[in-house]
Design a protein around this ligand. Structure first.
Ligand SMILES: [Fe+2]
Ligand SMILES: [Fe+2]
Length: 404
């Protein structure tokens, strides 16, 4: 496939070390090196690249400026920061134009997995316009009342990270953003983040304050007008799918890591709908009309209109943002798990079943056409479990609702 990567650093020694380190990747990667932002832009003007990895502190044009320029001129290039820990202030500023953040020194393994992860789903998109939109997104909109709540909490003299974590956990956009940050090598890179609340805690109160109040990493909905598409409905469905998915993973005695990933993938599984509805309102209306007239599941109507589904759109954004692969995979294949390479129980299984069960318990749901992939459940020996899962899930959601 050949991924083309441009490395930018003002220190020749850093670039030489990088070149040596990447020798083993010669067959898969084509690399180029630039000693300044200016030189990088010249090279990008001559040839096309898939990925830019840039240092932050450079004389003349710094990394933030370079990445912002790359984002503007070549939006679908994957933008990665590679920076020293002492440049924290600068990295915070680059949070918007960059997809991912690596810390110096960076070993070959981390670099390889970061770049490969970011590029896994790029070829899925035949529609260029859509790919451009997704690679330019730096946030997913939040529900206005949750947005107001977090602003109020952060501006308060007595803001508490626990409360902030709680608010973030209720919102799809905020959850996605903190997971992006905390999964990056620069901001933490611990192997396993258990929840959006824990992600907030790991980032720390001060960092979150800077990111939300000055860098403005969260955004809120401009009201968009779509008949039969309820944003609030999407939120409720997503949160409930998270709970269902966690319940199923617990019932199947999975490891804590699978249980946590199943929960977060459940919360994020339909984020692609937000992206499509918010950025392509006119076409999305067509999708909804097709769904109703022809009684198709929403994702099949999307496929007809966009050539791709909300599942793949969401998964593509989250792979660019460096979320763990098991979460990205669960989102990408939540309607058609048979198509996934993974053939044993995992977050994908949990999210697929949870999504099906959740849509079907909902009265008047627009997405009634969702079906269960029995061939898949049979292949992994789980087809008889669906009834038990359903029982457990209704209990779990009742408990959750009683708590709130
Ligand atoms: Fe879906
Ligand atoms: Fe769904």
């Amino acid at each position: 496939m050949g991924i083309k990567i441009l490395f930018v650093d003002d220190e020749p020694k850093v670039l030489e070390a990088m070149q040596r380190m990447l020798r083993s990747m010669r067959k898969e990667w084509e690399t180029a090196f630039a000693l300044s932002g200016q030189e990088a832009l010249e090279i990008l003007g001559r040839e096309s690249f898939d990925v830019v990895v840039s240092d932050m502190r450079m004389p003349g044009m710094d990394g933030t400026q370079l990445l912002a320029e790359v984002k503007k001129r070549y939006p679908d290039i994957v933008r990665i920061v590679l920076s020293g820990q002492s440049d924290k202030e600068m990295v915070l500023k680059s949070v918007q134009p960059a997809h991912q953040y690596l810390a110096k020194p960076c070993d070959a393994e981390t670099l390889k997995s970061t770049i490969n992860r970011a590029c896994t789903l790029r070829d899925l998109f035949t529609d260029n316009a859509l790919r451009l939109v997704v690679s330019q997104l730096d946030s997913l909109p939040s529900l206005p009342d949750l947005y107001a709540q977090i602003m109020k909490e952060l501006q308060s003299e007595y803001s508490s990270i626990r409360k902030i974590g709680e608010i973030i956990s209720k919102d799809i956009g905020m959850t996605a953003k903190v997971l992006q940050l905390v999964n990056s090598a620069f901001f933490g890179h611990i192997r396993h983040v258990s929840s959006p609340a824990q992600a907030a805690e790991l980032l720390g109160l001060e960092t979150i304050k800077t990111l939300v109040l000055s860098v403005k990493i969260f955004s809120q909905f401009d009201r968009f007008n779509l008949p039969n598409f309820s944003v609030k409905g999407l939120w409720d469905h997503s949160m409930a799918t998270g709970v269902f998915s966690r319940t199923i993973a617990i019932r199947e005695k999975q490891t804590q890591e699978v249980i946590d990933d199943a929960f977060m993938a459940g919360v994020l599984h339909d984020a692609g709908k937000l992206i499509l509805a918010a950025n392509f309102a006119r076409q999305y209306r067509e999708v909804i009309e097709t769904t109703q007239q022809r009684h198709l599941p929403l994702w099949q109507a999307e496929n007809q209109v966009f050539g791709v589904t909300h599942a793949k759109v969401g998964a593509y954004l989250f792979s660019l943002w460096g979320l763990p692969y098991s979460i990205v995979e669960a989102i990408a294949f939540h309607h058609d798990p048979s198509a996934a390479p993974q053939k044993e129980f995992g977050p994908l299984t949990a999210v697929h079943a949870a999504n099906y069960l959740e849509h079907h318990r909902r009265q008047g749901d627009a997405d009634k056409g969702e079906a269960v992939d029995s061939a898949y459940l049979t292949a992994i020996g789980m087809v008889d479990q669906l009834g038990f899962w359903e029982e457990k899930c209704s209990k779990a959601i009742k408990e959750e609702e009683d708590d709130n």
